[in-house]
Design a protein around this ligand. Structure first.
Ligand code: KQY
Length: 372
């Protein structure tokens, strides 16, 4: 039985572990909506299947699919992957799935944030989003994990943690009026402390240029391990990303984490700049209520949007000019993991990347010695 708890993770001794800690598995959803994915999602489905197969080499993967797509998904997905039927509005499991939390005894529970399609009726990406808002609850039912319904609008892609008491977020997203207009920075921070079990929140300013999520942290910067962050970067001073990344670099360099450490920050040069081709845009069927896409638009492409699996890192391949350099930087950052690149332009065309379409489930029963 799955309970809905009325306490908070922090009050119960739970916290969100780092993505680099041991996983029981990974959840994804299946792309299909023709107003976001070109050619009714078929090219994206192949890309999602390749991402799922790459992760399945490291840990169990479950993909949630609609009833009408079950057979296609089953046929395209690696046989090691579990396919379950889950209704959804789009397929960003990082954002609509639960954020898992753990305690010292090795128990696992889930946080179910309110979801409003990245901004609700004030700049959100589609309407309605009611099925997306139910996904976290359904995943927790299948995983048999108790649930905390958090009292704020938030997405998994808007938070990163080091598992030792520090969260990394952006002001552009978490303080956006289209998320929690009545909450001050202090209230948002207090809610993150309660629901992520952190004691320190490091605020960066803006996210990646033209990121339609309003600046998700998971496209800009992430923890590689406690005390170490990797940041999307460009040396091109004329690129609008330059000032954003420079500001993030300065804030990270000034910050102290929950353990009082200065952070080591590694720059990961972004691909491109990449834009949506007219031919790609023409394969998307415009629909009232969904944000339209036009050829020539700048894509929010970033190599930071990778997934850390048990023993591996699954990274997006986005630009033949820069993929190799990004992969070797990631290999240096993760010497004990196998770095696997997956062609991910089709995922990028939908507005996110590999981290955005995945959600890790921490390993249960792992006795954790320290809490943050
Ligand atoms: O950054 C993410 N976590 C999700 C990207 C969602 C894009 C929606 N079109």
């Amino acid at each position: 039985m799955t309970l809905t708890l009325t306490t908070t993770p922090a009050a119960d001794g739970f916290w969100m572990p780092g993505e680099f800690e041991a996983h029981a598995g990974c959840w994804m959803l299946w792309p299909e909506r023709p107003d976001n994915w070109r050619e009714a999602g078929r090219p994206a489905q192949h890309a999602f299947a390749a991402v799922a197969a790459a992760i399945a080499a490291f840990e169990p993967v479950t993909v949630g699919v609609s009833s009408s797509e079950f057979q296609v998904a089953r046929a395209l997905l690696d046989p090691r992957i579990r396919v379950v039927e889950i209704s959804h509005d789009d397929c960003w499991m990082r954002d609509v799935g639960p954020t898992f939390v753990v305690d010292r005894r090795g128990a696992v529970r889930g946080v179910d944030w309110h979801f409003n399609a990245w901004g609700g009726l004030q700049g959100g990406l589609y309407f309605p989003w009611d099925q997306d808002d139910l996904v976290a609850r359904k995943v927790l039912e299948i995983e048999s994990r108790d649930r905390y319904r958090a009292p704020i609008v938030n997405e998994g892609g808007a938070i990163h943690v080091d598992g030792e008491g520090t969260a990394l977020v952006t002001e552009e997203c978490l303080l956006n009026v289209n998320r929690n207009p009545l909450l001050s920075r202090e209230r948002v921070e207090a809610t993150l402390r309660d629901y992520l079990g952190v004691t320190t929140v490091i605020w960066l300013g803006k996210g990646v240029f033209n990121d339609e999520t309003d600046g998700h942290i998971d496209n800009l910067a992430c923890f590689v391990r406690p005390g170490e962050v990797c940041l999307t970067w460009t040396d091109n001073k004329r690129d609008p990303q330059y000032r954003i990344s420079l500001d993030a670099w300065e804030r990270l360099k000034d910050a102290l984490d929950a353990r009082g450490r200065r952070l080591k920050v590694t720059k990961l040069t972004m691909p491109g700049p990449l834009t949506l081709a007219a031919k790609e845009a023409s394969g998307i069927i415009a629909r009232e209520g969904t944000k339209p896409r036009a050829g020539g638009e700048r894509l929010a492409a970033s190599y930071v949007n990778f997934y850390i699996a048990n023993g591996g890192v699954v990274m997006p391949l986005l630009d033949p000019h820069t993929d190799r350099a990004a992969a070797s930087r990631l290999k240096r950052l993760f010497p004990d993991r196998r770095v696997v690149g997956v062609p991910a332009r089709e995922v990028l065309l939908g507005g996110g990347n590999i981290h955005c379409i995945t959600q890790q489930v921490p390993a249960a029963g792992v006795k954790r010695l320290a809490s943050p």
